[in-house]
Every structure is written in structure tokens, then in C-alpha cells.
Design a protein around this ligand. Structure first.
Ligand code: GLN
Length: 368
């Protein structure tokens, strides 16, 4: 097996074995604590610009298949595991993880101490890194890392958004609502769950104007997850601002952060972010705790919107950071975490029902 090397911008180096594609890749190195769901993680467009390390020690044991994808292709810029399973076995598995990664040109490494790496990221914070199967010279690798872009200030949405609007095919059946979904890097499971909640969905590119969206006369607008720094996406924040109050809004992750900005707030970078399928979050209105799926590096600063008529609805029980908010009068709410799961627990699936309830109420109010 070929050698690989990982170097972080603080000089931390780990030697590893290459699997997947060979080459060299740069990105922000993050760790994900999900035990399964690696194919959904790889295909989540929010991982664009990041090299993902799985903390669970054995990955690849059920292979890959054509169902577990969250978008058309993998977007992660690199993949790191402690041990890649030598065999895969599942009635759904059709292609091994290494063949899947090689086919999609994703550089991957195994056989390194992912626990040491995770502890390093936790103590130093998320950092840029390079994973290489070609260059093993630490001075040259360090120079490449230092020349690569930092996550703060990056618009990665333009790389992952759809080029043209399309209708989500859905599973059929009667649809009570028509929803326009902004694609900032949308995951299929959000679309599947909107469909299941009774919504016919039209997906539109990130740069679509508010006027065009309103001309479609939707019952509600969905703001998707997506990669990069929300603070630089002014072109869409301005359009979202025009939709506030005009139509019910539901945002997830990047969509939530963009709503925060549109309401006049700010976002900041977390030290090492939240990535995994096991974060406890409290719904402050019901006092219920949900185990949630998470994938974000930025966070809405509640202090920055405290005078904007906004209520904090959800909080992360690990570090007390903002996990959800709603407007006190206007029909909009959003969450930082992932109620669509894919992968992860389904505890928060009720939020899709909250959205349809909001659209129903808004429709009634308009008829009066
Ligand atoms: N999953 C997402 O939508 C991530 C949002 C944003 N890119 C962040 O890192 O915080």
C-alpha cells in the first residue's frame, strides 16, 4: 500500500497509508463523530473545502451503494480513517469504499492515529491541512498549506449550487403545499422529507432573486445547508431579507446562518465546529432534548440579534451555542443542526411538520 502524509498548519504531521485516489489535497481538517453514514457524509455538499476525519475507528464495512447519497457526487476534499475495513458486507453494498473514493477522485488515508488528530484539532482549533500521496517533504507541504485559503471569507456555495432550477421528482401522492428551496448545497434528505410532509418542491440556484421566487407564488421557502462562510454571501442575504414576512421561511444550517444575517445579525467561527450524529440539543419551548445530526463550523451570534424581535428556540447542550431561532411575529424559523439527518438520528424530523403547520396558518391568514 502506498504511503500518505497529513500535515496541519501548526506543523502536526502524521504518516498514513493511502487508499482511494492518489494525489494531493488541501482543506480545513475537521472530525466527524458519526459511527456510520460515511457515504452520506462524503456526499454532503457542506463538506466542500474540508478534509473529513472519522473518529469511529472502523469505516467502510458496509461498502457504498446508489441509495445513500445526499447529492450527485462526493464533495469532501479528502477523507481520513483509522482503519478501512478490508471487506464489505451488506445486501445493499455494491462498491467498496476505496473504489468509490478512487472513482470520484477523493484522496483518502488510513492507518493514522485519528484520536491524536482529533485531540489536536480540539486543542488548536480547526486548521488547514494537506493530505498527500506524492510529496513527503514537510517544508514543501507546509508552504502549500500556508498558501491555501482559510475557511473564513470563502464563498463555496457557487461551486455546489445547481446551475438551473428543477422540480424534485418526489414519491408521488397529493401535495398540499408548493415550496421553493434555495440550493446552497442542498441534501437530498431535506427534499425527501419536504416531499413526505406534503410539499411539491422546486429547487432554485443560490443566486435566484426574491422577486423571481415570489412570482412562483410558493406557500413557503426553504433555505438549505451549504459550505463555506455565510458572512460573505451578501448576494443571497439581500434576497432573503426581501422574503422575510412575505412568505413562511424555514432554514437549516447555512440557511439558518443566512437568515441570521438577513435579520441583521452576525455569525462567528467556532473553535472546531460540530460534526457528527450525536449532539444533544434542547428545544427551549418544549424542554425536550433531541439527539441531533450536526455539521457546521460557523454559528449565529444571538447577542447580535437580541433587539430584532427574535427568540432563541434551541440550544446545544455541549457548549450552549445557538441551535435554533424564530421571529416573534413573522413566519420564520431555522435550526443550526440537521433535522433531515442523513446520516443521524431522526429526533428532529418534527420540524418539517412545524414548517407545514406554519404554511397552513399563513395561508389561512391570507384568505381572511
Ligand atoms: N452544513 C452546513 O450548512 C454548514 C454551514 C456552514 N458552512 C458552516 O460551516 O457553519
Amino acid at each position: 500500500m502506498k504511503k500518505a502524509i497529513l500535515l496541519l498548519e501548526d506543523g502536526f504531521v502524521l504518516e498514513a497509508k493511502s487508499f482511494g485516489a492518489e494525489g494531493e489535497t488541501l482543506g480545513e481538517v475537521v472530525f466527524n463523530t458519526s459511527m456510520t453514514g460515511y457515504q452520506e457524509i462524503l456526499t454532503d455538499p457542506s463538506y466542500k473545502g474540508q478534509i473529513v476525519t472519522m473518529t469511529y475507528p472502523l469505516i467502510g464495512n458496509y461498502g457504498t451503494n446508489s441509495d445513500d447519497v445526499e447529492s450527485a457526487k462526493p464533495w469532501a476534499d479528502g477523507f481520513i480513517v483509522k482503519e478501512k475495513s478490508k471487506i464489505f458486507s451488506s445486501w445493499r453494498g455494491s462498491v467498496s469504499l476505496e473504489d468509490y473514493l478512487a472513482k470520484h477522485n477523493i484522496v483518502a488515508a488510513e492507518g493514522l492515529d485519528t484520536r491524536a488528530l482529533t485531540r489536536r484539532i480540539r486543542s488548536s482549533g480547526a486548521m488547514r491541512g494537506i493530505l498527500s500521496t506524492r510529496d513527503f517533504d514537510v517544508v514543501s507541504l507546509k508552504a502549500k498549506v500556508m498558501a491555501s485559503p482559510v475557511m473564513v471569507g470563502r464563498d463555496l456555495v457557487r461551486d455546489v449550487t445547481c446551475k438551473q432550477a428543477y422540480d424534485w421528482p418526489g414519491a408521488g401522492g397529493r401535495k398540499e403545499f408548493f415550496v421553493v428551496a434555495f440550493d446552497y448545497g442542498i441534501k437530498y434528505n431535506s427534499l425527501r422529507l419536504l416531499d413526505r410532509a406534503g410539499c411539491k418542491v422546486r429547487v432554485v440556484p443560490a443566486a435566484t432573486k426574491a422577486q423571481e421566487v415570489l412570482a412562483l407564488k410558493p406557500d413557503g421557502v426553504f433555505l438549505s445547508n451549504g459550505p463555506g462562510d455565510p458572512a460573505v454571501l451578501d448576494y443571497t442575504i439581500q434576497e432573503i431579507r426581501k422574503l422575510i414576512g412575505a412568505v413562511p421561511l424555514f432554514g437549516i444550517c447555512l440557511g439558518h446562518q443566512l437568515l441570521g444575517h438577513a435579520l441583521g445579525g452576525k455569525t462567528y467561527k467556532l473553535k472546531f465546529g460540530h460534526h457528527g450524529g450525536n449532539h444533544p440539543v434542547m428545544d427551549l419551548e418544549t424542554r425536550k432534548v433531541e439527539i441531533t445530526s450536526q455539521n457546521h463550523g460557523f454559528c449565529v451570534d444571538m447577542e447580535s440579534i437580541k433587539d430584532k424581535n427574535v427568540a432563541l428556540t434551541h440550544v446545544n447542550l455541549y457548549d450552549k451555542t445557538t441551535e435554533g431561532l424564530r421571529h416573534k411575529q413573522l413566519p420564520l424559523f431555522c435550526v443550526q443542526y440537521h433535522p433531515e439527518a442523513g446520516p443521524g438520528p431522526h429526533d428532529a424530523g418534527y420540524l418539517f411538520g412545524r414548517f407545514t403547520e406554519m404554511m397552513r396558518k399563513f395561508r389561512k391568514g391570507r384568505r381572511k
